[in-house]
Design a protein around this ligand. Sequence first.
Ligand code: ASP
Length: 440
Amino acid sequence: MSKVVKFGGSSLANAEQFKKVESIIRADSARQYVVPSAPGKRFPKDSKVTDMLYACYDLAEQGKDYKGLLEEIKSRYQEILDGLDMEMSLEEEFERIEENFEKKAGRDYAASRGEYLNGIVLAAYLGFPFIDAAEVIFFADEEGTWDSERTKAVLSKRLAECENAVIPGFYGSLPDGRIKTFSRGGSDITGSIVAQAAGVDVYENWTDVSGFLIADPRIIQNPKGIDVITYRELRELSYMGATVLHEDAIFPVRQEGIPINIKNTNAPEDEGTWIVGSTGQKSKYVITGIAGKKGFCSISVEKDMMNSEIGFGRKVLSAFEEQGISFEHMPSGIDTLTVFVHQDEFIDKEQKVVAGLHRLVKPDTIEIESDLALIAVVGRGMKSTRGTAGRIFSALAHNNVNVKMIDQGSSELNIIIGVNNDDFETAIRAIYDIFVLTVV
Ligand code: ASP
C-alpha cells in the first residue's frame, strides 16, 4: 500500500498544525509522498501566506516599500520553526526572494514561495528529501497548460529514487524555467499529479473538514456527509459550486483509477469522503449531493413551427457564440427554445445577442429573464429510482417555489432546476428535506 498525502493551508498554518501533520504521516508508513500548501489562516480574520505574497510582490512591482510585508511573511515561518524547536534558518532563502522581487520575477514566482518554503520546512521536520516542484512539474505555455507527458516522465523517475519525499504544491516551471502556478487552490492538482506519477494506491487530501457534505452548511444546518462519491458526480457538484477540492484535481488520478480520500487533519479518525471511479456501493440516499449557483439569465426564443426548421438550434447558439458567451443549459419545447447563460457574461452583450437572434432565426418573440439560480441535484442512485423528478417538483411546490426550468442530464446522474435567485435557499432546503431528512 502506498499513498500521496496532500495537506491544505489550514493543516499547516502554524506549529501546532505541523505537529498534527507529522503524527498523521508517522501513523501510516504508506504515507510516502507529501504535498504541502502554503500556511493558511490561523484564525478567521488571519491572512493566508499566499495572499500576503501576492500583495507583497505587487508593492515591489510598483516600486513601493514591500520590505515590511516581507518581514511579516518571514515571521509566519519563524513562528512555525520556533514552535517546532527547529534550528533551521530561512535567511538566505528570503534574501534570494528579495533579489528576485527586485528583478521582477513575476507574481507566480512570488506566490509559489509560500509552498516552496513550507515544503523546505516540512521536509526538514519530517527528515524526508525535498523535491522542488519546479524541477518535476512542467507547464507547456504561459496559459498554464500542464505538460503531462514531460511531467510524468521526469517526476516518476525522481519519485522512484526516493521512498519518501516532500514536493510543494501549486507550482511548476515553464519551458524557459520561469515559475508558473496553477489557479488558486492548485496544490490539490499537484497532489493528484504526484499520485499519478508515483502510481500509488490512494491519494489522501487532508483539509479542515471531514469530507464533502450533501449540501452547503451555510444553507442547511449540520448537513450529512457524503461517504462515497464518484468522480463524475463530483464533477457535477463542483461545477455547480461545491468546493473542498480544486475541480481540476480529479483528472490525473482519474486516468489511473486512483481513489481520493478527503480527510480532516483536526479529526483524523473520521473516515471522510471517498472519491472513486465507479462503485457498486449504493449511496445512502437517492441523491448524493445538492449544489447550485445564483446569477443566471434565460433567453427564450419562440417561433411557430421552429421544430421543423432544421438548423434552428445551431443558429440560436451561434448568436451567443458570436459574442463569446458560453451557454449552460438549453431546454426546449415545441415552439420555444431557452438558453441559460451567466448573467455577468451576458448583460453587456445583451443587445448584440438579441440583434444576432433576429438576424439569424427571425423569431416571433424573445423573452429575457434575469436573476435566476440553477440547482444541481446529483446522484448515481437516481438512475435506478423512479419518481425522483416528481418528488423534487412536489417538494418545491409545497414550499411555494416556482420552478422555471428542469433539465435531466441524459446520463440520469443529475437534474438541474432553475428557480428565482430569491428562492434558491428555500429550494435547496426543500430538496434536502425530502431526500435526506425524511429517510430514516
Ligand atoms: N496556496 C495556494 C492558494 O492559496 C494554493 C493552495 O493552497 O492550494 O491558493
